[in-house]
Ligand binder design. Structure first.
Ligand code: NAD
Ligand code: DAU
Length: 353
């Protein structure tokens, strides 16, 4: 008989979290999935419309920095496992306002670690899985890859807050024997990503014929991973990863920003029926992001060798599917870019254009 489990997913109304919640609710009907989310600007329950009525799914609005709330939640549901994604996730916002990143990403993680530690009398059948980023490793030159042994060297308030939370998760493993596992992933892309991040921001601007703000010389490199491939890796690591271990997750799919934007522009021209080259005309080089990491690239061979995971979606296909999704879901785009987004956008970009 299938083993029943009650699993807390934090940040499940966000971009990656919503893909993970959908996967877990549909794949494991015998699990009870509790999605805890504060519904900040980045959280949106519309992302989960298709699973909201499932009997093995519960949404709880709450804040991971609130210790009493989290203790009560653990008492109420008696979680077997936690998959922790809730975070402030955007580098540019961390540069403008570091404090909310310290509160949510560091304090919030410790609050959850404490709740798990106090509630779980022993480690049997339990797991605290912390979802982290490759940005903790700092910046690469033209060659080389981040491995699980690469020393931490975070450069932005966001990556420093994630590095700090990673260290605290591992400290709870060594000090208190909390059964933890950590993964560090590269840049995700796909449906439901908030249009402050590169690809959905560019797609939205192309739709509206607005300038496409490329930071610095555009020669910065990221390793792009289809969000569904990340969710599949999380499922695998949650169930089969070794306790106390770290796994790097990456797409083996490096792009210089300007090349990726060119590719996106060409796809958008085709989908929108615009003349070839029209969207490329919108590209505008703007002031660089302070402390901008030059290159990220992940060596995911540990995950491949131990758990037989590899990304399934190829870049060209993923990029087209992403562009198509946003064009088919303009109502979603309009809603998330109304209100506070306008002010954010103007403060971030208006002086540049
Ligand atoms: P996101 O910003 O889209 O979603 C974050 C979610 O957390 C939102 O739903 C938000 O409402 C919720 N949240 C924020 N503060 C909260 C709080 N105090 N209490 C409860 N909920 C809160 O982020 P994402 O891009 O989906 O990233 C999810 C996780 O994956 C983050 O931990 C991030 O560091 C990590 N990660 C992201 C990427 C990426 O490319 N997006 C890559 C590697 C790792
Ligand atoms: O590597 C994993 C990380 O990827 C995650 O931990 C973060 O949560 C996620 O936001 C992402 O961080 P990046 O800073 O790499 O992503 P972003 O989409 O903000 O930017 C991607 C690249 O594009 C980066 O080099 C900056 C550049 N950029 C971004 C924006 C928003 C531009 O040139 N113009 C823009 O307007």
């Amino acid at each position: 008989m299938a083993l029943k489990k009650t699993i807390l997913i934090t940040g499940g109304a966000g971009f990656i979290g919503s893909h993970l919640v959908r996967l877990m609710v549909n794949k494991y009907p015998h699990y009870h999935i509790i999605n805890l989310d504060k519904l900040t600007y980045a959280g949106n329950l519309e992302n989960l419309k298709d699973v909201e009525d499932k009997s093995n799914y519960t949404f709880v609005k709450g804040d991971i920095t609130q210790a009493e709330q989290m203790q009560q939640l653990f008492e109420q549901y008696g979680f077997d496992g936690v998959i922790h994604l809730a975070a402030e996730s955007h580098v540019d916002r961390s540069i403008a306002n570091p404090m909310s990143f310290i509160e949510t990403n560091i304090v919030g993680t410790v609050v959850l670690l404490n709740a798990a530690r106090h509630h779980w009398k022993d480690a049997e059948g339990k797991r605290f899985y912390h979802i982290s980023t490759d940005e903790v490793y700092g910046s690469l030159g033209d060659t080389g890859y981040f491995t699980e042994e690469t020393p931490y060297d975070p450069r932005s308030p966001y990556s420093a807050s994630k590095a700090s939370s990673d260290h605290l998760v591992r400290a709870y493993y060594h000090t208190y024997g909390l059964p933890v596992v950590v993964s560090n992933c590269s840049n995700n892309y796909g449906p439901y990503q908030f249009p402050e991040k590169l690809l959905p921001l560019m797609i939205n601007n192309i739709r509206h014929n607005k300038p496409l703000p490329v930071y610095g010389d555009g020669q910065y490199t990221r390793d792009w991973l289809w969000v569904g491939d990340h969710a599949a890796a999380i499922d695998l690591i949650y169930h089969q990863g070794r306790t106390g271990e770290t796994y790097n997750i990456g797409g083996n799919n490096e792009w210089k920003n300007i090349d990726l934007i060119h590719q996106l522009c060409d796809i958008m021209d085709e989908l929108l029926g615009r003349p070839a080259g029209a969207s490329r005309q919108l590209i505008t080089f703007v002031k660089d992001r302070p402390g901008h990491d030059r290159r990220y690239a992940i060596d995911a061979s540990k995950l491949k060798h131990e758990l037989n995971w590899e990304p399934a979606v190829q870049a060209a296909d993923g990029l087209r599917r992403t562009a198509q999704w946003y064009l088919e879901n303009t109502a979603w785009l309009e809603r998330v870019t109304s209100g506070a987004y306008q002010q954010y956008y103007e403060e971030m970009y208006a002086s540049e254009q």
